[in-house]
Design a protein around this ligand. Structure first.
Ligand code: ZN
Length: 423
C-alpha cells in the first residue's frame, strides 16, 4: 500500500496535480465528471466527480438501494511550500534568483540545500481566449543555499529566517537571465509568448521510501489521508449511505477560498445531488456523517515533552481520533464513539490525541466545513513526525490501517436514532 501512496504523492506535487491525478484514477474506475456550470442528471448505481478551480475535487456514488444520508471523508491536497511570484527573476551579473513567498506554515530549514522542482499551472493564450495547462519541470531547477557556518556562527543556535532574504532560491548563473519563463513554457509544451499568467510552486521532488517501521516522503500531510480515503472510497461495498470523497485545496492557508473547505463547494455538490435525486437535502444531512481526515503529531523521539501526558499518539499504533476543547477538532463523545466502533469492526486500533493544555496546536478542515454543511463529524488522522517539513515521516503500517477503517466506514450501515446511532 505504501508503494502506491508514494506514486500518488509523486504524481501530486501541487493541489492542481493531486486533483488532476485523482480525476484520472476516478475516470479509470468508471466515474463520470460533472461540471458545476451544467445541468446534472444522475443515474442510480453510477459514480461521479466534480472539480472546482482544478484544485479541489468531490467524488460520490449513487447507491443502488435506498440510502439514509451522506457518508463523507474529507482531506486536503495542498502542502506548505514556496510560491513563485508573477515577475519571477531577480537577476544580476552572476546570479539569477527566483522571487518567492511562503505558502502555509513551512519549516523553513527543511527547504534549504536540497534540489527543488517547479510545478503548477499556466494560462495560455489561444485563438478563443485562454487555456489552463498544468506544468511540472520534474527535474530540479533551483536550490536555496545555506550560509556557511564560518560566515554565520549562529547557524546552529536558533536561526532567525527572513523569508524575503534567506529563502530566495538560486535558479541559474547570470548569463541565463530571462530564461525562466522559457523553461516553464517548454515544460508546458507551449511557446513563451503565449503564456499569460502563472500559479507556480517550488516542491521537493524526492521520492518517498519505506525504511523498516517508518515511511518518509514529501507532503504526507495530507496526501496520506487523501490517498487513503480515495482507495477506501473505490474499494468499499455499498453501505446505508451515499459515499462522498472530498479532497480540498487551501487547508494550509485557512480554507477560506472559493474551492477550500470554507467555501460552498461541498454544500453545492450535496444539495445538487439531493435535488437531482428528488430527495430532501436537510433530511439527508441530518442522517449524514463526516470524517475530517488530517494527520496528527506522533510523539517525537527526542522531544516527548511536546505531547500531552495522557494523549500521546504513536506511529504504527492505529488511526488517531483528535480532540480539542475549543472545537478546532470536531470530535465529541458521539462522533468519536461512532468512528471507534467502525474502526473496531475493521480490526483497526485507534488512539486519542489532544494538545497539551498550554500549547495551541493546529487546526484543520472539519470544523470549517461544518459552517457550510453542519453534520456529525469526527477528526481523525495518522500519527506523523516533522509535520510541515519538506520531507515528513510516518508509520509504515498506518496507511493500511487508514484504508481499512475508511473502507469499513463507507461500507457500514449507520442510522441516527433518537437514542444514538445504529451502526
Ligand atoms: Zn494537514
Amino acid at each position: 500500500m505504501n508503494a502506491k501512496l508514494f506514486e500518488y504523492i509523486a504524481a501530486s506535487p501541487t493541489a492542481y496535480h493531486a486533483c488532476a491525478h485523482t480525476a484520472e484514477i476516478l475516470t479509470d474506475n468508471g466515474f463520470t465528471e460533472l461540471f458545476e456550470s451544467e445541468k446534472w442528471a444522475l443515474e442510480v448505481g453510477k459514480g461521479y466527480f466534480v472539480r472546482r478551480n482544478g484544485s479541489s475535487v468531490i467524488a460520490f456514488k449513487i447507491p443502488k438501494g435506498d440510502f439514509g444520508g451522506f457518508m463523507i471523508a474529507a482531506s486536503h491536497a495542498d502542502s506548505p511550500c514556496l510560491k513563485i511570484k508573477e515577475n519571477p527573476e531577480i537577476a544580476d551579473k552572476h546570479y539569477v534568483k527566483l522571487s518567492v513567498e511562503t505558502y502555509g506554515g513551512m519549516i523553513y530549514s527543511t527547504w534549504l540545500d536540497r534540489p527543488l522542482s517547479v510545478a503548477g499551472r499556466v494560462t495560455v493564450k489561444t485563438e478563443k481566449g485562454i487555456e489552463i495547462k498544468l506544468v511540472d519541470t520534474k527535474d530540479p531547477i533551483a536550490l536555496i543555499p545555506n550560509v556557511a557556518i564560518h560566515m554565520n556562527r549562529a547557524a546552529n543556535s536558533g536561526m532567525n529566517y527572513n523569508a524575503s532574504v534567506d529563502l530566495i532560491p538560486l535558479y541559474e548563473g547570470g548569463e541565463k537571465k530571462d530564461t525562466f519563463k522559457g523553461l516553464i513554457a517548454k515544460a508546458a509544451g507551449v511557446s513563451v509568448e503565449d503564456i499569460v499568467t502563472t500559479d507556480l510552486f517550488l516542491y521537493n521532488p524526492q521520492k518517498g521510501y519505506e525504511w523498516g517501521d517508518f515511511i518518509s516522503a514529501p507532503r504526507l500531510d495530507d496526501l496520506q489521508c487523501a490517498f487513503s480515503s480515495l482507495e477506501a472510497f473505490l474499494e468499499a461495498n455499498e453501505g446505508s449511505g451515499l459515499p462522498v470523497c472530498a479532497i480540498f485545496d487551501n487547508e494550509e492557508v485557512g480554507s477560506q477560498t472559493k474551492q477550500g473547505a470554507a467555501s460552498t463547494f461541498l454544500y453545492d455538490v450535496l444539495s445538487r445531488i439531493a435535488k437531482a435525486l428528488g430527495e430532501d437535502y436537510c433530511r439527508l444531512v441530518a442522517n449524514s456523517f463526516m470524517l475530517s481526515c488530517d494527520n496528527a503529531h506522533a510523539s517525537h523521539p527526542n522531544h516527548p515533552e511536546f505531547s500531552d501526558r495522557n494523549h500521546t499518539v504513536w506511529m504504527n499504533e492505529g488511526v488517531v481520533i483528535k480532540y480539542n476543547a475549543n472545537q478546532k477538532y470536531t470530535s465529541d463523545a458521539v462522533s468519536a464513539a461512532v468512528f471507534k466502533l467502525i474502526a473496531e469492526k475493521a480490526g483497526v486500533p485507534t488512539q486519542y490525541y489532544a494538545n497539551r493544555a498550554d500549547m495551541g496546536g493546529g487546526s484543520t478542515l472539519g470544523n470549517i466545513a461544518n459552517t457550510q454543511v453542519s453534520l456529525n463529524t469526527v477528526d481523525i488522522g495518522l500519527a506523523q513526525l516533522a509535520m510541515h517539513s519538506s520531507f515528513e515521516t510516518a508509520g509504515s503500517k498506518d496507511t493500511d490501517y487508514m484504508v481499512r477503517a475508511l473502507t469499513e466506514f463507507y461500507s457500514s450501515s449507520l442510522k441516527a436514532t433518537a437514542a444514538g446511532y445504529e451502526i
